[in-house]
Every structure is written in C-alpha cells, then in structure tokens.
Design a binder for this molecule. Structure first.
Ligand code: NAP
Length: 330
C-alpha cells in the first residue's frame, strides 16, 4: 500500500465531481482512473476533475492493478452488481447509498462482503463527521436523558426530468435517495433494528415516490418521524428528543462550518455549538478508509455492520407506503 491511496471511479457521476473528488483532494489522495460508458465524456470528466486516466467501461477500473479502492456512484439499481464484482477483484469498496433499492440484493452484497478479505462501506459520510461524534458524546453524557424520538427531514428540489432519481428501474425515488438518511441516523443512535414502520407516499406516474412521510419504530417506545422528498428547496434537519431535553441539528447529514447544534437541557441555559469543520463532508470518511487500508485503525461503520439493518427498515417503510392509507369510514 502506497502512502497515498489510489482510487478508481465507476461512472462520471455528479456526486463524484461535487463531493467525493473534493474530499479526496482535501485528504491528500488521488483518483487514478475513471471508467464510463462513453469514452469521450469520460475523458472530458477526467481532465476537468484531475483524474489521471479515463477508460471505457467499469470492468477496466475494477481489474486495474494500480488501484487500491473503488468508488461506486452508479444508480442504486447497479450498486449490488458492481460492489460484488469490485470486492471479488480484491478492491476495497465505497459504494454510494442506498447500498441497494432491494433488500434481497442487499443480502447478496453483504454475503459477498462477509466472505471478502476487503472492506465495503456504504457512503453515508455523516457518522465519520466531527459533528456526529459530538452528538454521540452529548447523548452519552446524559444531557437530554434517554433518547426517545428523532424527527428528521431531508428534502430537495429535483428539476431535471431525466435524473436517475425519477427512474424506477434505476432504483429511484425519495425514500432510497434521501429518506434513507433519517432512518440510518435513527438506527445508529438507537443502536437497534427497526421493529415496525408506517408510511405514506406521493407517487409519480413513472412509479417512484416523489415524497414520503412516515414513522419507524424501535424497541422501548423509540421512533423516528421522517419526511423526505424531491419537490421543495433543499432542507435538512434533525431534532433528537430525549426525556430531559433535545438537540436540534441544522444539517445532520452534510454539515458545513456554519451549521449548528443547539442543546436544550431541562433547567440549563441553551447552548449553541458549531458543527466543527468546513471540510467537504466526505473528507473524514475518505481519511478513515485510508487509515484502515494502511492498518492504522480498525474499520468503523462497515456495510456488514450497518447496511442490512437499514435495508430491512427501508423495505418495511416502502411496503407500508405501497399498502396505502387506511381512511376512517363514516
Ligand atoms: N452520499 C451522498 O451524499 C450522495 C449524494 C448524491 C448522490 N448520491 C448517490 O450517488 C449515486 C449517483 O448519484 P448522482 O446524482 O451523482 O447521479 P448521476 O450524476 O446521474 O451519476 C450516475 C452515473 O452512473 C452512470 N450510469 C450507468 N448507467 C446509467 C444509466 N442507465 N443512467 C444514468 N447513469 C448511468 C453514469 O456514468 P457514465 O455514463 O459515465 O458511465 C452516471 O454519470 C446514487 O446512488 C445516489 O444516491 C449520494
């Protein structure tokens, strides 16, 4: 393993350009190769984004002996196939969320990750962010008592009618795109698997959920109330409600330097803290992966630990949303 981790990218995705590659540069690593369906477009992407080489197709990336790790920002429906292939090719893998938009595919990926000597992460960057570490510290110090309820929104406005999120066959829809964040947050903070779910959705004629609201339940009367969608201006927040107070987080999933945590504890002055860093939100995750591959630290939040629980919860939510609302009759 060289000092600098050498990354390969599958596809010329927007998220690679706007979030992953800036974080990689901040962390001092580089992308060695990008593979795409159209070689001309892939070459342009490589030259505009500081990637050394462009190749035709994804197979050429995962079989490249000059890379240590593969980043997979393909549409959700393609995550299973390419994560499994990259693990089998002996690469460490960072696959975008949602790991899969189908729980049976997720089981196959987790099985492949369990039998591989290489690690797989699902690209939820927030658990590696300094802000999340501070949240865990606040909760374990008992500042708000036992955590009982999480209220969390993740909305943004999708204006491009050709976007992958509007294609059912590509694993699109609001739940698997952004609703997965509040559900992952709840799973991590409650340290438990979801036990039940109730949800309602607004469906598009193309078959995807454009908005969804719901409740996911956990043992000991704990729950997350979530709302997600692709119709409004970007807005995220989380409110962690405990028995003795609450924590309000302005940007729980991609915190920037100016985002804040507000701690309200019974009988105490309100405290407002800064999220802590203005580095691109993937930076801490990218640093963690490098440290693991250099044997400097134990892996945290591997897909084998976290992802199947999230997929099972998402599956329950989706089944509830599809069953429909039961209305009271006169
Ligand atoms: N963790 C986060 O913060 C975060 C944020 C945004 C998105 N994401 C995730 O990242 C993934 C990509 O999202 P994105 O917004 O970056 O999407 P995008 O710009 O549309 O990129 C997807 C890439 O997949 C490739 N692709 C392969 N088959 C395709 C098909 N049939 N249709 C369209 N593209 C296809 C394309 O690359 P080539 O044509 O070059 O092969 C395309 O550039 C999704 O899983 C999404 O959930 C994560």
């Amino acid at each position: 393993m060289t000092e600098q981790l050498r990354w390969g990218l599958l596809g010329t995705a927007r998220i690679a350009q706007t979030a992953f590659l800036p974080a990689l540069r901040t962390a001092g690593h580089s992308a060695v190769v990008v593979g795409g369906r159209d070689i001309g477009r892939t070459q342009l992407f490589a030259s505009e984004n500081g990637v050394n080489r462009a190749v035709q197709g994804y197979e050429a990336v995962i079989s490249d002996s000059g890379i240590d790790a593969v980043y997979i920002p393909l549409p959700n429906s393609m995550h299973a196939e390419w994560s499994i292939k990259a693990l089998e090719a002996g690469k460490a893998v960072l696959c975008e969320k949602s790991l899969c938009a189908d729980v049976n595919q997720a089981r196959l990926v987790i099985e492949a990750a369990r039998s591989s000597s290489m690690p797989l992460w699902e690209a939820f960057a927030f658990p590696f962010h300094r802000q999340y570490e501070r949240i865990v510290e606040i909760l374990s110090n008992g500042a708000i008592g036992e955590l009982r309820e999480i209220q969390s929104h993740f909305h943004f406005q999708l204006t491009d009618p050709t976007n992958i999120r509007l294609e059912s066959a590509l694993g699109g829809g609001a739940l698997y795109d952004v609703g997965c964040y509040p559900i992952r947050l709840a799973q991590l903070l409650f340290g438990a698997n979801a036990t039940a779910a109730t949800a309602i959705a607004s469906w598009q004629s193309c078959g995807i959920d454009i908005e969804m609201q719901g409740v996911v339940e956990y043992s000991f009367e704990r729950r997350v109330l979530f709302s997600c969608g692709m119709l409004r201006d970007t807005g995220t927040y989380a409110r962690l409600v405990g028995e003795l107070g609450e924590v309000r987080i302005t940007n729980p999933f991609h915190a920037r330097g100016f985002d804040t945590l507000e701690i309200l504890s019974a009988g105490k002055e309100r405290v407002i803290e800064n999220a802590g860093t203005s580095e691109p939100s993937f930076t801490a995750l990218v640093r963690h992966i490098a440290a693991v591959l250099r044997d400097e630290t134990d892996p945290r939040h591997l897909a084998v630990e976290d992802s199947l629980s999230t997929e099972l919860a998402l599956d329950m939510v989706m089944r509830s949303a599809k069953t429909g609302v039961v209305s009271r009759t006169a």
